[in-house]
Design a protein around this ligand. Structure first.
Ligand code: NAG
Ligand code: NAG
Ligand code: NAG
Ligand code: NAG
Ligand code: NAG
Ligand code: NAG
Ligand code: NAG
Length: 250
């Protein structure tokens, strides 16, 4: 991404741009999960003679045609530099890998900048329901063990009722049903982050106490419905416009 091309551009990748010393500087927003891998790619077609990757002010790795790849202690053993493409691959990501990365080379007019966000591996949401005054309330929550960047989670309901129509929710959502409705149907809570998505489901009738049971509170653990992981490019959350990289979410 060239800092010399400001103005409206059609974005196909999440990008954060900000003003710095009168120039617009952009970073590619990249997301990985703890224990996963990520490849930061400068997407250049030049034949490199020299490459330096830095994390913040610290060198991560460097290479030039006369020298072998040198890796510094910061990420020792977990980085791989491909001198041909300039791609930096970090494996077995840890939370401390989060931050700003920059690739510099004499062969490029501008450096390539990235902001890496390291998420917890996504879990299936838990669904529980409570019955109060003939109203069934279904709660969808991400387990507390998912701690990092919970603000980036998005939730949505899927069910054959009008309540489930609508857009993504930012907060752990609650959905209300009347006991008179068709309780044999399944309600699904869908949750996603920039890396992957998960769904859990519940059948409404399991929320309603049977005749010989007068308790008014029921809880149950959701059945993990689908397990899908997708590493690499995430175009789910488009980040654009002039905002500092520290600002998250729309
Ligand atoms: C990460 O890369 C390593 C080495 O290339 C590989 O063994 C491992 O399976 C990868 N892990 C994931 C989650 O892709
Ligand atoms: C890169 O090197 C290859 C082979 O040495 C050459 O064919 C190609 O034209 C070079 N590309 C550029 C952009 O210089
Ligand atoms: C690069 O690595 C090769 C093989 O490991 C070694 O023979 C060579 O001396 C190294 N070159 C430099 C400049 O370190
Ligand atoms: C990944 O990192 C964790 C913690 O640093 C370590 O316990 C684990 O052995 C590493 N796994 C691999 C495949 O390197
Ligand atoms: C759902 O029902 C609960 C309990 O009756 C009520 O407190 C809450 O406001 C309702 N929420 C919505 C969105 O209707
Ligand atoms: C069900 O979820 C709601 C909302 O998170 C919570 O207030 C309630 O305590 C939960 N009930 C049980 C039994 O876990
Ligand atoms: C959920 O993840 C799968 C697999 O990566 C992907 O094909 C699908 O489009 C995702 N769904 C949404 C709504 O993001």
């Amino acid at each position: 991404i060239s800092s010399s091309t400001p103005g409206p551009v059609i974005l196909t990748v999440p990008l954060a741009c900000f003003l710095s010393l009168g120039f617009i500087s952009c970073q590619l927003m990249r997301f990985g999960s703890i224990g996963g891998n990520i490849t930061l790619s400068p997407s250049s077609t030049v034949n490199f003679t020299e490459i330096i990757w830095k994390k913040g002010k610290d060198k991560v790795t460097e290479w030039s045609t006369n020298f072998n790849v040198t890796t510094y202690s910061l990420l020792e053993g977990r980085v791989h530099l491909d001198p041909k493409s300039g791609d930096l691959t970090i494996s077995n990501l840890t939370s401390s890998d989060e931050g700003e990365y920059e690739m510099k080379s004499m062969d490029l007019t501008d450096s390539s900048k990235f902001h890496l966000t390291v998420l917890d591996p996504l879990r299936s949401p838990t669904l529980n329901c409570t019955v109060t005054n003939e109203i069934i309330s279904v709660h969808c929550k991400m387990p507390q063990s998912y701690r990092r960047h919970r603000e980036l989670l998005r939730y949505a309901w899927h069910c054959p009722f009008p309540q489930c129509e609508g857009s993504w929710e930012l907060e752990a959502p609650v959905l209300n049903f009347t006991k008179e409705g068709d309780l044999s149907r399944e309600v699904r809570c869908f949750v996603k982050n920039q890396e992957s998505n998960r769904t859990s489901s519940i059948v409404l009738s399991t929320c309603v106490p049977s005749a010989d049971n007068s308790r008014h509170r029921y809880a149950l653990t959701a059945v993990p419905f689908a397990v899908i992981v997708c590493a690499g490019h995430s175009q789910i959350f488009l980040r654009s416009s002039l905002q500092p990289p520290s600002v998250r979410g729309p």
